[in-house]
Design a protein around this ligand. Structure first.
Ligand SMILES: [Zn+2]
Ligand SMILES: [Zn+2]
Ligand SMILES: [Zn+2]
Length: 198
């Protein structure tokens, strides 16, 4: 798709300003739980003439313009919509319509299941090979700054709200391990009542 695509939307009056999006659908004066929009205008839903286009108000008129980052040359950024030609696996280029399994979403698209499995297997093999070379001992997995898998030494990020002692499965090597949180004890004191003095 041409990144400079600009198709006038004749169905929508230029004075309308309330437009929301739901997937590829563009909705003007969207209803709020079946109640008409507070501006009193009728709800209108339009599908773009081609996937990857969305409606934008430019100089008081509505146009279909390209919203596909890959068409627009904005590589590496998350795209809200994607055109049909770019709706493909980032690794092997298989079109989404040809997939038989649910793909893995990535920052700028998706990986098909066979590709993701290949990437995961390669990451696991690499981590285990490094581990075998490194000659770790138990102390390398105690009192660490981060949660480190004892099978493959991959660091596993844990959000603070998920801190706790638990059984975990490594996302790199699938190995199971036990996580224990260690707390360092420190002491604080404050005078009660009058300070005792000489
Ligand atoms: Zn595209
Ligand atoms: Zn693929
Ligand atoms: Zn691991």
């Amino acid at each position: 798709m041409d990144k400079d695509t600009k198709i006038l939307i004749t169905e929508i009056p230029g004075e309308w300003t309330e437009r929301t999006r739901s997937g590829h659908t563009n909705i003007w004066n969207g209803k709020n739980h079946d109640r008409p929009h507070r501006n009193g205008l009728p709800e209108v839903r339009l599908e773009p003439p081609e996937k990857g286009l969305y409606a934008e108000r430019i100089d008081g008129a509505w146009y279909w313009i390209s919203g596909c980052n890959k068409c627009n040359g904005e590589v590496g950024k998350w795209s809200y919509i994607v055109c049909d030609a770019h709706n493909v696996c980032s690794c092997c280029g298989t079109h989404r319509s040809q997939l038989t399994d649910i793909p893995w979403g990535t920052r700028d698209g998706f990986n098909c299941k066979p590709c993701q499995e290949r990437l995961d297997a390669a990451a696991k093999a690499e981590a285990l090979a490094k581990f075998a070379e490194a000659e770790y001992d138990d102390s390398d997995f105690e009192y660490q700054d981060e949660c480190k898998c004892p099978h493959c030494a991959s660091a596993i990020h844990i959000e603070t709200e998920h801190y706790g002692d638990k059984t975990m499965t490594c996302e790199v090597c699938d190995g199971q391990f036990e996580l224990t949180l260690n707390y360092e004890v420190t002491f604080s004191t404050k005078v009660i009542g009058e300070r005792v003095s000489a």
